[in-house]
Design a protein around this ligand. Sequence first.
Ligand SMILES: [Zn+2]
Length: 361
Amino acid sequence: MAAIAFSDIVPAPKVLLHDHLDGGLRPATIIELAERVGHELPATDPAALAEWFVAAADSGSLERYLETFAHTVAVMQTEEGLRRVARECALDLAADGVVYAEVRYAPEQHLERGLSLDEVVEAVNAGFAEGMAEAAAQGTPIRIGVLLTAMRHAARSQEIAELSVRYRDAGVVGFDIAGAEAGFPPTRHLDAFEYLQRENFHFTIHAGEAFGLPSIWQAIQWCGADRLGHGVRLVDDIAGTPAGGDVVLGRLAAYVRDKRIPLELCPSSNVQTGAAASIGEHPIGLLHDLRFRVTVNTDNRLMSGTSMSREMALLSEAFGWGWSELQWLTINAMKSAFIPYDERLAIINDLIKPGYAKLIG
Ligand SMILES: [Zn+2]
């Protein structure tokens, strides 16, 4: 089957669970906001700046990769900056055909100019509300749920967990921890995860991206994560290939598959960070064949120069996936969202299934 073209995928309903607010800014917005707050950028032309972000993320140097976020986070320190970035994020995702998205960010990284944690959350929520209203008026409705992230090297996870629960009925649907995996195991934040479980709240954990199985195992069996941010290295617990007919799942891989624990895979980002050698060699092919609860995500649209439609087009090309596979990925993601079950079901039945029925024909 011929690969599905990017332009055909754009209007298809899509669901995104793993997208960083500070990794998806419009280059022109960064330039305008940087000028206003007096922040110096590596380029002042939008196209050149966009190229700089992708090249820095591609460089294989952790310092350059982290530098990209220094520039985006620098322009997200004011009510105006946060609100604008969130509004544009909603509009950009809606224009890409995303009907439901969970967007995450770390409030503790936006306090440099005096905002409080609550003010940060309220500014972002206001921006998303504006963006959602405008997208609906333009005929491309989108719903956005917020995940609040705590940085794994820092010590504010309990505070951010409490902040998440405080805003649970005001747009925040989940919690996450992110940042360097090596040396910062999720169990460092056990108090926060136990608190969230007592509050009947949802959370995902970045695990198994750069670092291996112990990180995934801790995230699930010690911390109780509902989903795995990436989880790519789970393939280290799988021997053989379906083609060879001798696949053997280790105990952890079997547990993840049996419990239908969702994997938030981000193909382009995983290639940039070296978690996968190429899209064609990305474990998503194997994990799909073995019927894990696979979802496709963008991670950082600016740093990867990508979108949901582009990620799906790349997968269609690499693995020969057609509309039925793209629908499967989309329904997997919607089933795994952190909003209530009846609301997930309504999006599947009212938007996703009819949307793909037209495309599958
Ligand atoms: Zn991420």
